[in-house]
Design a binder for this molecule. Structure first.
Ligand code: TRP
Length: 330
C-alpha cells in the first residue's frame, strides 16, 4: 500500500529559503514515492489575518507558483485549497472536544507566535486552536508522514495525542502521523534570529531578484567582533557559514574557509560573495520556472481545481469512517 504525505503552508506571503530547507526539499524528493497532498492552508491563514482575506487570496496563487518553481509536480502531488474542503472544518469541530484549553496553552510554537504577534489575552480563539485544525488536516488525509520544519514538531505531537484519544474513544480509525524534519536543522534569519520569518523582516524569498538577494547577503549577521579581515573570526553563530553549510555543495571548500576565517585573514565581504554565488545557483532555476509558470494563469487554476478535487475525495472517505465510528445520528 502506498503511504501518504500531507504537508502545507499558510498563504500569507511568498516562501523563503527557510521553507526550502525545512520542508520543500523533502516534499520534492518524496512526491513520487508517497501519495502526496500539499495543503494551501487559507483557513489557518485567516486565524491571524481575518482582516485581510485579499492578501490570503492573492497569496494562494503566489504559493502555487513557488511550489511549481521548486519542482513540486502537480501530476504527482495534489495541491489542495483548505477552505474548499469542508471535511477539514468538520473534523476540526470533532477534535476540539478531544483537547483541553490547558493543553493548547502549553503548545510552545503557539506560545512563541502569540508573543511575536503581541496577542496576549486578545488572541483570536481561532488562532489559539489552530493546532487542532492542523491535526484535522493531517488525519483527514490519513497522512503517515508530514515533512515540516522543526518549529512544527509540537503540532505533530498534539496531533498524535488527539489521534490516540479519538481511536481509544471511538475505534481505530485514524492514522498516527510521523514528522519528517530535515537533518540540517533550522535556517536562521539573515539577522541571526533563530527563525527566518516572513513577518520578521529577516527572510530571503525564493522569488527575490538577484540584487535583493545580494543586498540581504551583504547585510547578514556575521561576527560583530570581526572588524578587520586580518582578525580571527567566529564561525559559530555566523549566519554566512550556516547558510554555506546548508547550500554550498563543496563541503571541503567550506571547511577550509572556516579554518581561514578562524585563523584570521578572510574578510566578511569575500565570504559573502561566495554565498551570493551559491545562492544564485540555487535560486536561478527556481526563478526561471516561476516565471514560466506565471505565464499560464489558466493552468494554475486547473492545478488547484484538480488537486482540491483529489484532496476532497480522500478526506470524504476518512470523514465517512469518522462519522460511522462516532455513531452520530443519521
Ligand atoms: N502550520 C503550518 C505553517 O505555518 C502550515 C500547515 C497547515 C501545515 N496545515 C498543515 C503543515 C498540515 C503541515 C501539515 O507552516
Amino acid at each position: 500500500m502506498t503511504r501518504t504525505i500531507l504537508t502545507g503552508d499558510r498563504p500569507t506571503g511568498p516562501l523563503h529559503l527557510g521553507h526550502l530547507v525545512g520542508s520543500l526539499r523533502n516534499r520534492v524528493a518524496l512526491q513520487h514515492e508517497y501519495e502526496t497532498f500539499v495543503l494551501i492552508a487559507d483557513l489557518q491563514a485567516l486565524t491571524d489575518h481575518a482582516d485581510d482575506p485579499g492578501l490570503i487570496r492573492e497569496s494562494v496563487i503566489e504559493l502555487v507558483l513557488d511550489y511549481l518553481a521548486v519542482g513540486i509536480d502537480p501530476t504527482a502531488a495534489a495541491i489542495v485549497v483548505q477552505s474548499q474542503v469542508p471535511e477539514l472544518s468538520e473534523l476540526t469541530v470533532y477534535f476540539l472536544n478531544l483537547v483541553t484549553v490547558a493543553r493548547l496553552q502549553r503548545n510552545p510554537t503557539v506560545k512563541d507566535e502569540m508573543r511575536q504577534k503581541g496577542f496576549e489575552a486578545d488572541v483570536p480563539a481561532g488562532f489559539f486552536v489552530y493546532p487542532v485544525s492542523q491535526a484535522a488536516d493531517i488525519t483527514a488525509f490519513g497522512a503517515h508522514l508530514v515533512p515540516v520544519g522543526a518549529d512544527q514538531l509540537p503540532m505533530l505531537e498534539q496531533t498524535v495525542e488527539i489521534v490516540r484519544r479519538f481511536n481509544r474513544l471511538y475505534g481505530p480509525v485514524l492514522v498516527e502521523p510521523e514528522a519528517l524534519v530535515p537533518d540540517v536543522g533550522r535556517l536562521p534569519g539573515t539577522d541571526g534570529a533563530a527563525k527566518m520569518g516572513k513577518s520578521l523582516g529577516n527572510a530571503i524569498f525564493l522569488s527575490d531578484p538577484p540584487d535583493v538577494v545580494a543586498r540581504k547577503v551583504m547585510s547578514m549577521f556575521t561576527d560583530p567582533g570581526h572588524l578587520r579581515a586580518s582578525d580571527p573570526g567566529r564561525v559559530e553563530g555566523n549566519v554566512v557559514f550556516t547558510y554555506l553549510d546548508a547550500f554550498d555543495p563543496d563541503k571541503t571548500a567550506v571547511a577550509i574557509l572556516k579554518e581561514q576565517y578562524q585563523a584570521g585573514g578572510l574578510g566578511d565581504v569575500a565570504l559573502k560573495r561566495r554565498l551570493m554565488g551559491v545562492l544564485e545557483s540555487e535560486l536561478t532555476p527556481i526563478r526561471t520556472r516561476r516565471r514560466e509558470a506565471a505565464k499560464d494563469p489558466t493552468h494554475i487554476r486547473e492545478v488547484l481545481k484538480e488537486g482540491t478535487a483529489r484532496g476532497q475525495a480522500r478526506t470524504a472517505v476518512t470523514l465517512g469512517r469518522v462519522r460511522e465510528a462516532m455513531g452520530l445520528y443519521r
